[in-house]
Write a protein that binds this ligand. Structure first.
Ligand code: ADP
Length: 394
């Protein structure tokens, strides 16, 4: 590896890590530590083709990262001998301040802490990962790569909410957008697959995972995206409602007396496909719908209808698109979701090739389709490593 970067994606009870070459995007080691703070944490560690899974009690993120160092030492290359050029952290919210990756110092750490106000569900865990890693690797540059940054190019018409001036000017209320690391990578790959420079094409990226968002990318720049101030806006997701009439919050508060924290939790953690079907796993929902389960069939229709509306509206926002690219767990794997989302778009110039879609692409539209539909596996860790290496070189 010429530019090994340790990429850390720290969640509230989990840590994902990957050792990636910032030049070639090649990953040598990766792992997932889950259920941190519970009685038994689960560590999954992969080196090349070899995968090991074991349980261990890990109190907190410090114990989690220590377990990662130990696992890398025992299986594969010890991190101290890997020639690391940096530790890179995925940070969900960079607010208006961070529109590029940045080397972390005390001031950057303080701003990420301030941004907890805007991302209470995500930034605290990202920050914890940063704090622990700075102690653990004091001699290495630590870099933050932000999920909001790619969307900093959104024009005013897309990022301004029509709300009172003080909300916008004093409280940071605007659309920020998320999944930017994935949208940046996938939109570039889509251009590459079209044989064009990203600056020559308009691409719509549908990142459909547990969290899901769609972005309109005009000539390489994000001009609109479905998530807003927080990742709650937009598509129907695993546990999030996506777009709703904001007055539902007041209605439910008045009717049930539920507190705002309770309503926040209901919309972020107990809504979406979970509320519609009782399950989050899209695989099971698609299967049940195919077997005649009406609840799952209508939930799937609701999910795909929202995807279709966003794609249609972004074709309009862009004044025409060259490609629509599907990515992440659902987008990469569910031909059913892609078909239901795309089939009615033939009138807008997107003609699905059913057998190519079933086969998983990469191109899933017919050769005479004006808009090329594609399946592109995302690579957020590779993108983080590449952006980190580029930053350190600049
Ligand atoms: P996260 O947002 O947590 O990173 P992922 O991008 O890994 O999520 O996507 C997870 C989702 O992908 C889950 O809902 C899972 O059910 C779904 N998924 C994975 N494989 C398939 C499949 N073959 N068909 C439908 N959904 C799938």
């Amino acid at each position: 590896m010429s530019a090994p970067v340790l990429v850390i994606n720290s969640g509230s009870s989990s840590i994902k890590y990957q050792l990636v070459d910032g030049d070639t995007r090649e990953a040598s080691t990766s792992g997932l530590i889950e259920r941190i703070g519970q009685s038994e944490s689960v560590i999954t560690h992969k080196t090349g083709e070899e995968k090991r899974v074991w349980n261990e009690h890990l109190d907190d993120h410090a114990a989690g990262l220590a377990a990662m160092v130990k696992a890398c030492g025992e299986f594969g290359t010890p991190l101290s001998e890997a020639g690391l050029i940096a530790v890179a952290h995925r940070v969900v919210h960079g607010g208006e301040r961070f529109v590029q990756p940045v080397v972390i110092d005390d001031e950057v750490e303080a701003v990420v802490a301030d941004l907890i106000e805007l991302a209470p569900l995500h930034n605290p865990a990202n920050l914890e990962g940063i704090r622990v890693a700075r102690r653990l690797f004091p001699d290495l540059p630590q870099v933050a790569v932000f999920d909001t940054a790619f969307h900093a190019t959104m024009p005013e018409r897309a990022h301004v909410y029509a709300v009172p001036t003080a909300w916008r000017e004093e409280h940071g209320v605007r659309r920020y957008g998320f999944h930017g690391i994935s949208h940046a990578y996938v939109s570039r790959r889509a251009a590459e697959m079209l044989g064009k420079d990203p600056k020559e094409v308009n691409v719509i990226v549908a990142h459909l995972g547990n969290g899901a968002s769609i972005t309109a990318v005009e000539r390489g720049r994000s001009i609109d995206t479905s998530m807003g101030l927080t990742p709650l806006e937009g598509l129907v997701m695993g546990t999030r409602s996506g777009d709703i009439d904001p007055a539902i919050v007041f209605h439910m508060h008045r009717r049930t007396g539920a507190s705002f924290d309770e309503l926040d939790e209901a919309l972020n953690k107990r809504s979406g496909m979970l509320a519609l079907t009782g399950a989050i796993d899209m695989r099971g929902i698609v299967r049940a719908a195919a077997e005649g389960d009406q609840t799952c069939a209508s939930a799937l229709e609701i999910y795909c209808y929202r995807v279709r509306k966003y794609i249609g509206s972004y074709i309009a926002a862009l004044g025409g698109a060259d490609a629509v690219a599907f990515t992440a767990g659902v987008g990469e794997n569910s031909a059913e979701v892609r078909a239901r989302s795309l089939e009615p778009l033939a009138a807008l110039g997107l003609r699905l090739d059913e057998s190519a879609n079933q086969a998983g692409g990469p191109v899933i539209s017919t050769s005479d389709s004006r808009i090329t539909a594609m399946v592109i596996p995302t690579d957020e860790e590779g993108e983080i490593a590449e952006q980190t290496a580029a930053l350190l070189r600049s």
